[in-house]
Design a protein around this ligand. Structure first.
Ligand SMILES: Nc1nc2c(ncn2[C@@H]2O[C@H](COP(=O)(O)OP(=O)(O)O)[C@@H](O)[C@H]2O)c(=O)[nH]1
Ligand SMILES: [Mg+2]
Length: 368
């Protein structure tokens, strides 16, 4: 990417106490306005004296000096540093950035990979292509030690997929003469000319990435359920006693007066007489009477209707009360466990996890 050098800034990135501010001052001394304010340099106690991002325009450089991570007071997280730098650069109309990643060859441990991971954490992955490693404090180690450290730095660059020639040697102190300083600056400029700047608007602010990731996690969260006990009325078929009237057919006796025609005549007379005077008398009387009848030709008595009582039976329907059981719908209270959908978590719930994921991704983007 070709841009006007005036709008390209060089972010000075790396741990605290590696010589970033001293680097700025050296360039100011060598190329800058002598009246320009100098960057504050630490005492070597590990406490970062550079707390805010400051932009120094010197020669063709726009150096963004800032606090280093690993400050002994733990004041700056990489994303805070990145955020401060972003705010500063945006205010200065910077359109693209290169990164000068500082590594002290005096250190026993090699921090390049950590610095790169923290850089990605703060600005996003695209920034890696715009990195130039500045191996500082080369004056403070033997040549053998220097070569060892340079080998280790190159290995780290290879691991991170950065060309191994993205490396310049640097010292802020102990120069034989001014020419050595100039040569060093010239080598820095040459090396930087091969590093294509990343567009400022392509830098991804960590907070924006966290917010976006948190939203993603929030949108994809699983629906959770909880068991809730509820009381409800449940119907069942029960039995209930009830009295009903049952018709019953019974036989009932009754006396009926039945008429009968009794023919008139002797018999009749005998019956009549025997009824009145007894049987023996009646027969005797009848014999005599018959004789008289035969003798004198008396006419027969007329027929008579007599009523007799006859006992009969008839069906009578009556109602009897009976207790029966019948099915009825009854209700009882039961406690049932019901699965209830839980309210989804708000997006803030996922912020920590989003941050964790992005920082992990930043580290693995560097080390693979
Ligand atoms: N020997 C040596 N010491 C240096 C060099 N650059 C910086 N220092 C010292 O390292 C300490 C921290 O420097 P500083 O520029 O404040 O580091 P910063 O925290 O990265 O900005 C100071 O005591 C400097 O004097 C260097 O090239 N050689
Ligand atoms: Mg500093």
């Amino acid at each position: 990417m070709r841009c006007d050098p005036k709008t390209v800034a060089q972010i000075l990135w790396g741990p605290s106490q590696v010589g970033k501010s001293s680097f700025v001052n050296l360039l100011l001394d060598q190329r800058g306005d002598q009246h320009m304010a100098r960057a504050l340099v630490g005492t070597g106690n590990g406490q970062s004296v550079t707390t805010d991002a400051c932009l120094y325009q010197v020669s063709r450089f726009n150096l963004a000096d800032m606090g280093g991570y690993g400050d002994t007071l733990l004041r700056f997280t990489p994303d805070e540093m990145a955020a401060r730098a972003s705010v500063k650069l945006a205010g200065e109309s910077i359109s693209a950035v290169q990164v000068l990643l500082f590594e002290s060859v005096c250190n026993d441990t090699m921090n390049v990979l950590i610095s790169l991971a923290k850089l990605v954490e703060g600005f996003g992955e695209k920034v890696v292509n715009s990195v130039l490693v500045v191996a500082t404090k080369t004056d403070a180690v033997s040549e053998r030690r220097l070569n060892q450290r340079l080998e280790v730095i190159k290995e780290a660059l290879q691991k991170a997929g950065i060309p191994q020639d993205r490396l310049v040697l640097w010292r802020n102190e102990d120069f034989e003469d001014d020419d050595t300083v100039e040569r060093q600056i010239q080598e820095l400029e040459d090396a930087l000319s091969y590093v294509s700047p990343v567009r400022f608007d392509h830098l991804q602010n960590l907070n924006t990435r966290i917010t976006e990731r948190a939203q993603e996690l929030c949108d994809n969260q699983e629906t959770l359920y909880k068991d809730v006990e509820t009381n409800l009325l449940e119907s069942y078929v029960g039995q209930e006693a009830c009295t009903i009237q049952v018709p019953v057919i019974e036989q009932q006796e009754y006396t009926e007066s039945v008429p009968r025609v009794v023919e008139g005549g002797i018999g009749h007379i005998v019956d009549d007489i025997s009824e009145a005077h007894g049987r023996g008398f009646a027969i005797t009387a009848s014999v005599l009477t018959l004789g008289l009848i035969n003798l004198y030709g008396v006419r027969r008595n007329p027929d008579k209707i007599v009523h007799y009582d006859v006992v009969k039976t008839k069906d009578v329907i009556s109602l009897r009360e009976e207790v029966r059981l019948r099915n009825v719908t009854k209700y009882h209270q039961v406690t049932r466990s019901k699965k209830v959908e839980l309210e989804p978590f708000p997006v803030e719930h996922f912020s920590l996890e989003a941050r964790r994921q992005i920082i992990l991704e930043a580290a693995s983007a560097i080390t693979g």
